[in-house]
Design a protein around this ligand. Sequence first.
Ligand SMILES: Cc1ncc(COP(=O)(O)O)c(C=O)c1O
Length: 483
Amino acid sequence: MVHFGVDRDRREVQLSVYLPELRRPGSKGLREAIQADIRRGSLRAGQRLPGSRRLAEALGMSRTTVVRATDELVAEGWLEARAGSGLYVLAPDSELPQSRIRRGLGFDLRGVEVEGERRLHAPASCPLRLVGGTPDLRQLPLVELTRAYRRALRGRGRRLVAYGDPYGEPRLREALARWVSESRGLALAPDQVLVTRGSQMALYLLAHALLRPGDRVAVEALGYPPAWHAFRRAGAELVGVPVDEEGMVVDEIPADVRAVYVTPHHQYPSGAVLSARRRLGLLELARRRRIPVLEDDYDHEYHYEGRPVLPLAALDRDGIVVTIGTLSKAFAPGLRLGWVIAPPELLGRLAAHRRVVDRQGDRVVEQAVADLLEEGLVQRHIRRTRRIYAARRDFLLAGLRGLPVEPRPVPGGLAIWARTSVNPDRWAARAEARGLFFAVGSAFTLDRRPLPFIRLGFAAHDLPELGRALALLRSTSGARPRR
Ligand SMILES: Cc1ncc(COP(=O)(O)O)c(C=O)c1O
């Protein structure tokens, strides 16, 4: 204990530090000891510390060491330096008065509506989740991912926590341009790729960069609600275009729309592949009207029958297709890695909007994933999981025989879209009560109209789990067993 007597304000200053007790003698040890004294209250707010010379003498330390420690305590807000008077103890945060924040809204939000969520995701209470969009994360090469993170931080750690490029890490743009070119029949340069946090951010940025309030956007009337939310947030009005076995019925796109949003590869949620005739029709329509086609190529990697159909962008000679991609299915949704492929002029506008929303992406994850793409690890993971998911699709399809459902063909994707003869909402409610989630048709209709369909994701669960899900589907369908 070092006792300094009574200070000018007649307050006794007593430091419980003295050299032999310091675990780490030196400025760090002294700093920690003074912090501990402030925390435990033996140094109180408003007390003045002895001058650095006296402290140094009493502690048997050099004055430089003492000054270094007290300077840092001032910088961290433990002490306050008053000009010409010395160093004073400040109250620790825990002694600050704690204001209770009111939980209720004190202002008027009427007229500022936020569209309600749809039931696309499983509640946490359901152990079996036949969610269409989720890959099996147990398959993820976690060791390699950890190594890539570590490598990124070790090599460029300090640089990666600085401000970065709103277009994404140049190395990832390069790696994506190469991989997307090879896998999708495109010849892309890195300046045609902008990295986003998942396709959702891409859709949000595109909505704000392309649309003015009141603009009409053609979307699939049976489609992907998160995209609709993004367009509506930008003030757009949505026009539903019917969908059939050939995908979006492009002849029914109204004349006055400012953009078309479409899922050509595997129509969401039905899985239909947009036919060649309609692809050409859509491109011709967009070229004539000079409007963009927003192509959501969200699960290109998972195609099981023959070669995957190339994206619309591969046919575009007029700079009208904007393609959105994601690693959410092919790798992991929580990495939040997506991209936009578009002419550089549009990407410049997207980057300007991006600066307003979150300035840049996560540079560490972008570097780590660039590493994995360069090593071919993401590609290997896709090849491996494609085989696994195809087997799960076959297992679930076979197990559905005898149930009151008629599955549509599943050439690719991660879910089965099936017509059902029983009420899908009641079936889903009974299943959920037993711990099984699946989505029902009305979750995907623009006008929230009920639809006699259900969607069963097969990727996230292994065969024994799918077996249990099938047993629950059977016991909760309410239909009499067919022989
Ligand atoms: C049509 C569609 N687009 C995009 C995505 C992926 O979204 P994100 O990249 O934001 O995770 C999904 C995932 O379910 C989807 O179904």
